[in-house]
Design a protein around this ligand. Structure first.
Ligand SMILES: *Cc1c(COP(=O)(O)O)cnc(C)c1O
Length: 392
């Protein structure tokens, strides 16, 4: 087959190849079928059973591989399902090295592996690349799990430098990046030395909070084959309807993210002008502004800020009208939350304090509404809560 011309991201993401469709359907059909018939007792076709493979899922996976720059992409039933599949490559007694400000569900799965299978995780401060060096063990280290930016503290990890350290010292270890926050539009871990990049497809890839999915991309066919084996063995491949929804959602990733990010920059600016401490990699005051700029092509659309008072934060969240009180992010609608009361409440208070996770922190996930409406609503909520002067 002739080499296909490569376009820029926003073009590639909306262009889904469907060359084999017998009716030239413009949208990939939903093959809502568990089984596929064979021509004879011995001649099997490309598909036989949807746990092992389904044409709608294959189209999605081929498209994802293209937009992620992956050798192979795999779609499963949730972001946590994706991490579950990846961690099944680790054997009892081997070790994982991960950040200290991880997604809550990731912490839960790693604790489970520690208790049930003697797979130990070392948590390190990934804002300093060399913090990993003392923990790298050529025999034991199997996975290095990075999240950047972290959530909700927006800490940045130097993916290329850490990947280099790991591959130099531990040839058997895999560098895995949870790229959910940035999406493949803004950050491309596989091009910076990561072996695996995965996403909660529930967030920016789908964009509408109407499905759950997980997406894994690999830099080599070999790792892709090992992960596919786990997916087929455990039965967590994404179903045809959700595959179709995700394929539809991802087409607008670039246009959504451009809009959401432009508005997030305005919101950050607004909050900083009112004197709030904002955590956002697009802020020049962010301690790792330069590093983030080097590894990603934009700051994204999730930020958090401190008010100095838990009561004020609660009143702000409850006074906002346009911003829904909700966990998660990546939706076309704007969301507001208090991580310590909501998404991160399962982390014990003393550990939240250890990690310097401020109890008054408010997280904002900016959607595609008109930014002037978002700013007006936020200003009203801040005023109603007594967080800013009415005259300001
Ligand atoms: C949401 C999320 C996950 C988990 O994904 P689910 O689809 O909810 O299972 C993992 N990592 C990050 C960074 C997330 O935001």
């Amino acid at each position: 087959m002739a080499e296909q011309k490569r376009y820029r991201f926003a073009t590639e993401v909306v262009t889904v190849d469907n060359p084999d469709d017998p009716h030239n359907a413009a949208s990939v059909p939903i093959y809502q079928s568990a089984t596929f018939k064979q021509k004879s007792a011995t001649a099997g076709g490309e598909y036989d059973y949807s746990r092992s493979g389904n044409p709608t899922r294959t189209h999605l996976e081929n498209h994802l591989a293209k937009v992620m720059g992956a050798k192979r992409a795999l779609a499963v039933t949730s972001g946590m399902g994706a991490l579950d599949v990846i961690t099944r490559l680790v054997r009892a007694g081997e070790e994982i090295i991960a950040g200290d400000d991880l997604y809550g569900g990731t912490n839960r799965l790693l604790s489970f592996l520690n208790k049930s299978q003697n797979i130990k995780t070392h948590h390190i401060d990934t804002t300093r690349a060399d913090a990993i060096l003392p923990y790298l063990d050529p025999v034991k280290t199997r996975l290095v799990l990075l999240e950047t930016p972290t959530n909700p503290l927006i800490k940045i990890a130097d993916i290329p430098t850490i990947a280099q350290y790991v591959h130099d010292k531990c040839p058997n270890a895999l560098v895995v990046v949870d790229n959910t926050m940035m999406s493949p539009y803004l950050q491309r871990p596989l091009e910076m030395g990561a072996d695996i990049s995965y996403h909660s497809g529930t967030k920016y890839l789908s964009g509408h909070h109407d499905l759950m999915a997980g997406v894994i991309g690999t830099r080599s066919d070999d790792v892709g084959d090992q992960l596919y084996y786990v997916i087929n063995a455990t039965g967590c491949g994404l179903g045809p309807f959700d595959s179709w929804l995700l394929l539809r959602g991802i087409k607008t990733l670039a246009v959504r993210m451009d809009k959401q990010q432009a508005s997030a920059i305005r919101v950050c600016d607004f909050l900083e002008r009112h004197g709030f401490k904002v955590h956002y990699p697009g802020s020049r005051k962010h301690p790792q502004y330069e590093l983030h700029k080097r590894i990603a092509s934009g700051p994204g659309a999730v930020l958090s800020f401190e008010t100095g008072d838990v009561g004020i934060s609660e009143r702000i969240v409850e006074a906002a009208k346009l911003w829904s009180i909700s966990v998660s992010f990546g939706c076309v609608n704007s969301l507001i939350s208090m991580p310590c009361r909501m998404s991160h409440a399962s982390i014990p208070a003393h550990i939240r304090a250890e990690r310097a996770l401020p109890e008054d922190l408010i997280r904002l996930c900016i959607g595609i509404e008109d930014v002037e409406d978002l700013l007006d609503d936020l200003r009203d909520a801040l005023q109603a809560a007594g967080a800013i002067d009415v005259k300001a």
